[in-house]
Design a protein around this ligand. Structure first.
Ligand SMILES: [Mn+2]
Length: 715
């Protein structure tokens, strides 16, 4: 078959391909001469020019396709004939920000032409595809670069649509109705620091396999993730896209998804289906198992990539395969799909192992270059890239963990302790929807707590007590089955990893340490055992009483300095507040300890089953009956001498009699908590814990209450 191989054709095709291609049918006439010979074969039998024209007008779509094939065939042939003029193997050619190759010497013209041709061919394919596209239409979806939400501006809905959107919004935790009406190819803003646009990357970077995991995700959201990945990853670097379905229920995600991606991206997509729901940790591992590229990228299936996201990542990994790279995350608002830029940040965590955004380290600020990689102690987890083999040697993710939560922190700790590193790249950006509702088990804190104990036991040495402390559970007899950790311990030994103290000192120095803790746990009065001392509403700055629930707002902690803290542990932000007797109020104050000048007002005498007495005033924390919410109130008053029991645990293994609260219902939305919390790292811990308590059906807002044991005096 000869497609347009005459000199004249070549000339015409250059002429045609040299101009930008507006996506309209009128172009047809322009390049009609290219394939006259070919067309003649089809046109035999038409007797007059008029009927020929009529036919052509009717069949323009077919002709457009035929011509596209003709041009493709020509370019392929031409390209092969001209390989000699391309660069020698191994020769590196810098590419500029637009991806055009620059070469020196005599090969330059031919290669540029080659590049331009390929680029134009790509545009032509695009035009043909869009003219003919029926694939996304049959699913009720839209392709192309324009439309609602174009450029990342908020997409709007009519009042009628608003009504219709409600159901899907509740189902998915984002506005899936609106997503269906936003193009799969929409553009989003380039939020990279401006310096990134001037960086040149080598052309011969390692290839990447992109792994998307999903469960019950809206089809249009998954497809937008895939489209934007393909649109914004250079074709020669994108080896494959792997979709891991963690046993979704939705039928649209079975046949229709498969049919679409296989037709739209033939040969590029692999689909893995878990037979039962494994959770995202094991789903990611399943994706890794079928990946074949040198580099593997793991993403939630509700993301959008921005141009040139891949090159900086791949080039950092090429330099050093032991780097785990995190593209910077921007936000896609769950209701309008508007893009929102997030500040440059690292990813940290608190002692419950919830992750959050933190400020980049001081060295990064000192350097004064906002495009520089940011060293990070851990990762949020919705987007990370690693060399495939190195990730395998490092032990992937901990497959003994359930669902998710903690695995992201564990990977950060492990990679640093075992000789690798982790960093965020401001020059690589991926936008992500923080879902307001997660598809997995609603009791996510239950899983995260279990997973966190695995991390503590395997990796944290003597600091593991801080994890138990943060979750307010005893270190033994806690009743939580965290599974078999022997393989992970063996992994740590075989990788010859450093210890956790090294990690804290060198990688996460911002993390607060709680080594000075003598006792921790709930504080309750023996005569009113259903109420616990509680931090109450934070704005009130008063310790109070509340029915015991065992979560962190009721975490009491007595230190070697004689301070009595109450509430969730801090991590890198403001520390937990401590109980203070200000001499004036009869209510115990909860204040930032560092801001209390009187040492004695914030120090207490404390022993199990004894009164808790303030050293400045000699007053005791006691419980009295009152006409308040739960019938009792916590007060400071002259000690009555009645003994009471602090239901706390001594750090040195003196365990309390408190039963594990395995049955407590908590519906914290973890992934979201982490992602949202992380949104602003000003006071990230407080945000995280606030979400947690709200999610846990712990209604602290209106009831402040609480407290503690000590001389009890009820009535
Ligand atoms: Mn996510």
């Amino acid at each position: 078959m000869e497609f347009c191989c005459s000199t004249a054709c070549r000339f015409h095709s250059f002429d045609y391909l040299g101009d930008p291609l507006p996506p309209t049918v009128t172009e047809f006439k322009v390049y009609k001469p290219i394939c006259v010979t070919f067309l003649k074969i089809r046109l035999i039998g038409f007797r007059t020019p008029t009927s020929l024209m009529a036919f052509m007008i009717r069949r323009w779509k077919i002709l457009l396709v035929l011509n596209a094939f003709a041009v493709a065939g020509f370019v392929t042939f031409w390209g092969k004939c001209n390989l000699r003029t391309s660069k020698a193997p191994g020769q590196q050619a810098p590419i500029d920000a637009r991806g055009q190759t620059r070469l020196n010497g005599s090969a330059q013209d031919a290669s540029i032409t080659h590049e331009v041709l390929l680029k134009r061919l790509g545009s032509l394919e695009d035009v043909v595809y869009r003219q003919l596209n029926g694939l996304s239409k049959s699913l009720g979806l839209i392709e192309g670069f324009g439309g609602r939400g174009r450029g990342g501006v908020p997409a709007t809905m009519t009042p009628a649509e608003e009504k219709q959107a409600k159901y899907l919004r509740a189902k998915y935790g984002y506005n899936a109705f609106l997503s269906d009406r936003i193009s799969l190819d929409r553009s989003i803003p380039d939020y990279r620091p401006s310096k990134c646009r001037k960086v040149f990357y080598p052309r011969d970077l390692p290839q990447i396999s992109l792994i998307f995991i999903f469960v019950n995700e809206a089809l249009s959201v998954i497809l937008r993730s895939v489209h934007s990945a393909v649109n914004h990853t250079p074709a020669h670097l994108l080896k494959e896209v792997i979709l891991v379905d963690d046993s979704s229920d939705d039928e649209q995600l079975k046949g229709p998804l498969e049919e679409y991606v296989n037709k739209r991206y033939p040969g590029l997509i692999k689909i893995v289906r878990n037979q039962r729901r494994e959770g995202l940790i094991r789903a990611r591992i399943e994706g890794w198992k079928v990946a074949t590229a040198e580099v593997t990228g793991f993403f939630d299936a509700h993301v959008e990539f921005t141009p040139a996201w891949a090159e900086p990542v791949l080039s950092r990994i090429k330099e050093n395969p032991k780097r785990i790279i995190l593209p910077s995350i921007d936000n896609i608002k769950d209701d309008t799909f508007e893009l929102e830029r997030y500040e440059n940040s690292g990813h940290g965590f608190n002692w419950e192992l919830w992750c959050m955004y933190i400020s980049p380290p001081k060295q990064w600020w000192d350097r004064g270059d906002t495009s520089a990689p940011i060293r990070t102690p851990a990762m949020i987890g919705c987007s990370f890239v690693a060399n495939r083999d190195y990730f395998g040697e490092l032990g992937l993710l901990d497959s003994g963990m359930d669902v998710y939560g903690g695995e992201n922190v564990e990977l950060g700790i492990r990679v640093w302790m075992c000789g690798g590193s982790m960093e965020v790249l401001p020059c690589s950006r991926v936008a992500h929807i923080a879902r307001t509702k997660k598809p997995y088990h609603s009791n996510i804190a239950f899983h995260t707590r279990r997973n966190a104990l695995r991390v503590a036991e395997v990796w944290m040495d003597e600091y593991k007590s801080s994890v138990y402390l943060a979750w307010n559970i005893p270190m033994e007899n806690h009743g939580i089955d965290y599974g078999d950790i022997s393989e992970r311990v063996a992994l740590r030994n075989s990788l010859r990893c450093k210890d956790f103290e090294w990690y804290l000192n060198n990688i996460y120095p911002e993390m607060r340490r709680y080594n000075n803790t003598l006792f921790y746990g709930e504080i309750r009065n023996t005569n009113v055992t259903h109420l616990c001392v509680d931090q109450g509403v934070k704005e009130n700055h008063t310790a109070t009483l509340h029915p015991c629930h065992g979560w962190s707002p009721q975490l009491g902690r007595y230190t070697g300095d004689g301070y009595l803290f109450l509430g969730p542990l801090g991590s890198t932000g403001e520390d937990t507040h401590c109980v203070v007797d200000d001499r004036v109020s009869h209510l115990p104050q909860l204040i930032n300890c560092e801001k209390v000048s009187s040492l004695r007002q914030k120090t207490w005498n404390f022993a199990q089953n004894e009164s808790i007495m303030n050293r400045a005033t000699g007053r005791c924390l006691e419980v009295v009956q009152a006409s308040v919410y739960f019938g009792y109130t916590l007060v400071l008053r002259p000690c009555t001498g009645a003994k009471s029991r602090a239901n706390t645990r001594q750090m040195a293994n003196q365990l309390s009699s408190i039963k594990p609260r395995a049955g407590l219902s908590i519906s914290l939305d973890a992934d979201d908590t982490q992602e949202r919390n992380a949104a602003k790292y000003a006071r990230p811990v407080e945000r995280s814990l606030k979400n947690q308590t709200n999610g846990g059906h712990v209604q602290l807002d209106k009831t402040r209450t609480l407290v503690h044991t000590s001389a009890l005096m009820t009535s």
